[in-house]
Design a binder for this molecule. Structure first.
Ligand SMILES: Nc1ncnc2c1ncn2[C@@H]1O[C@H](COP(=O)(O)OP(=O)(O)OP(=O)(O)O)[C@@H](O)[C@H]1O
Ligand SMILES: [Mg+2]
Length: 280
């Protein structure tokens, strides 16, 4: 079976900021429809840069960006096409929010698409509800807490109904309840067909939530099944990542003879529960 054409793909992508050293060299990164992808790597490793290349905010110095297999043109038409498919939520919500109120901010993107007023209103209502911030609709964005601003910024991207939602460390600064709510929201979006790419430093969250991992290290970008990559000690070291707790537990269970050598380890607390039930 041949896999379908990726929605977006970087091919041989290289990038350096003005007068700076190369941040990314010859990176290939394909995002396929329906996947949940976690992008991991050390501070300054190039995650934000990679996500901005993928969403068209930055342009590759070498290599190219493909949308549905066709090279993206960085003119108005090409960028509009890219932005209706791919939405990036930036790391710092203060770089994204600018309108007077939350509802105005969230409505800005859909309004710019030229959608009818009713449709804009519907999308805003749904996006606010999805992020649990309906009650904040009329609040000035600058008076919100950090976590509330973060949710408002995500709601703005969700209201665009992108095929691919890209988020740069969306759970950083959210309280545990907020994190769980965000993951539920993402589950809902994924069930409706949205592909999600998320940069994160949280290896436990990545193992639990993602099906694919993309790990940036000085050796370049490695992509593959999340459970495989996050059990690779050399890769974790190179990317300065901690070993996920579930990987450690899987190892312990195998060492104790409670889990066959070739059996997949747990990825969540629920997995572990089920596994212990079976061996118990
Ligand atoms: N606007 C900029 N101008 C010049 N250099 C930059 C700029 N933004 C980032 N860099 C540099 O590019 C490299 C990659 O940064 P990037 O923000 O992509 O890393 P990151 O993996 O997202 O890090 P973090 O985990 O801290 O968010 C770093 O060395 C950084 O200093
Ligand atoms: Mg970053």
């Amino acid at each position: 079976m041949t896999s379908p054409t990726p929605v977006v793909e970087l091919v041989g992508a290289g990038f350096a900021y003005e007068d700076g050293p190369a941040v990314l060299t010859d990176v290939g990164f394909a995002v396929r429809e329906g996947r949940a992808v976690a992008l991991l790597g050390r501070n300054g490793g190039g995650k934000t840069t990679l996500l901005r290349l993928l969403s068209g905010g930055l342009r590759c110095a070498s290599g190219k960006l493909l949308l549905d297999g066709a090279e993206v043109t960085y003119d108005r038409k090409g960028l509009t096409r890219l932005r209706t498919s791919v939405q990036l939520v930036v790391q710092d919500p203060d770089d994204q929010l600018f309108a007077a109120s939350v509802a105005q901010d969230v409505s800005f993107g859909p309004m710019n698409l030229g959608l009818p007023e009713d449709e804009v209103r519907l999308r805003v209502t749904q996006a606010l509800a999805a992020l649990d911030i309906t009650a904040l609709a009329d609040r000035p964005t600058h008076l919100l807490s950090y976590g509330q601003r973060k949710r408002a910024a995500i709601a703005g991207a969700v209201a665009m109904r992108p095929r691919i939602l890209i988020m740069d460390e969306p759970t950083a600064g959210l309280d545990p309840h907020g994190q769980e709510r965000l993951l539920e929201t993402l589950d809902g979006l994924r069930a409706a067909g949205t592909t999600v790419v998320m940069a994160t430093h949280d290896v436990d969250l990545a193992l639990r939530w993602a099906d694919e991992a993309a790990v940036l290290s000085p050796a370049g970008l490695r992509t593959g099944p999340v459970a495989e990559l996050l059990a690779d000690e050399a890769l974790l070291d190179a990317a300065r990542l901690r070993r996920p707790w579930a990987v450690s537990v899987g190892r312990l269970l195998r060492a104790q003879g409670l889990l066959p050598e070739d059996a997949p380890g747990p990825r969540t607390a629920e997995d572990l529960d089920a596994l212990l039930d079976r061996v118990g």
